[in-house]
Design a binder for this molecule. Sequence first.
Ligand SMILES: Cc1ncc(COP(=O)(O)O)c(C=O)c1O
Length: 439
Amino acid sequence: MKRKLGIILNLFRSFWAGLVKRRSLYQLNFTSGTTTWRECLMVFSSLLKLEPIQNGKWISVFERKVADLLGVRYAFTFSAGRMALYAILNALDIGDGDEVILPGYTCVVVPAAIIYAGAKPVYVDISTEDYNIDVTKIESKITGKTKAIMAQHTYGNPSNVGAIRRICDRYNLVLIEDCAHTIGTFDKGNMLGTTGDVALFSTDHTKFISTSVGGVATTNDELIGQRLKGVYDDTPFLGKRAIMRILLQFIVVNVLYDPRLYFLGKHLFTIYSVFGLTFFMDNYSEIKKPVSYPYPSRMSNIQAKIGVSQVNNLQKNIEHRKTIYLKYKTIFKGFKLKNTSDAPLRFVLEVSNRGEWIESLSPVLAMESWFDSCAQGKKGNLEEIEYKNGECPVAEGITKRVINFPTHLKVRTIDVDNIARRLNQSLLRGIINEVKQND
Ligand SMILES: Cc1ncc(COP(=O)(O)O)c(C=O)c1O
């Protein structure tokens, strides 16, 4: 009761603040930035037309689209990127007693999937240049039990897959590309996700393209493709009620997280979730394979239909991110910039006092502290995911300083100007104490 009252009070407070300071009504946020009202209508009309909820024709259409985009033979959809990874590990027969090398700066769902498969995640520190696995530190972590190395393209920054490929070839290991933060972008002429043996993508609403929640496993390797197909054929769908929640959440989030409504929408969404209407995947207070729904499970038909629309819009999405990236780059000239992709998922900076930045920019941008843990989504007890404190000192340092800005389709260049204005005011007034490097 106390919590519900608190939420309602916050709602009124926000509404009042919005009325008093009309300039602050428009507030950007991080999620669902690539989804459109047209897609919401599409979901609505698909439901009205009673299109199949679980299996249906759109799944293979979406899978073909992703495979063609990457120029690979196989693409299989799942309910999340983490489940795509789990299916990949199953297909590769990676399990009890095996080890998988990954960067010590990732999302908790990645080591969790490795642990659910029965294997052990082995962390390698990252490079300060691009936040990706430090290739020079990989070989010292390889043992007789190592079966695969994960190359994660953090924030869309290309990992050095060429060098990792050579290590994999030398030790006969599988190269898994974690492309959760990108799709359709290139490094030295190669599309990310096509150099490794197998790749996973995320289509969660916080990512490059969105199907609300979702993920895809892709490969050009015939044997891995056939094995993945075997795993996929045995993978069930989520229950119809869970899928309905996902679809409803897709529409609700698109409406309530619209920057014009977000100042109120965020509170309305909290009320929506208090009533248990949201679909949340996992709780990482402990690392246990979920039992309340099938893990892994397949992506549903109407989500795949959204996916088709998202891929059709991908070039516009990428061009937009490039434009916004360039704009950010101009206003943050002199700060410690950390993007090595020109179409990043987020624009990234390292700052000395993140709290001041978040607070100061909040009227225009509901900034989140994303990737502020070596395992995003899990703050303490990292030993549960086999991470020892101090194991990746570079990553640990970065988690304290990193701050990131959205580049999605709902960010307009005028919003970046507004951010610049607030930033300059805050720097002048000493609200943000940050010294530019090359001024
Ligand atoms: C680096 C990385 N890999 C994999 C995933 C898993 O994606 P999903 O949330 O779709 O399971 C995430 C999710 O944030 C991620 O950040």
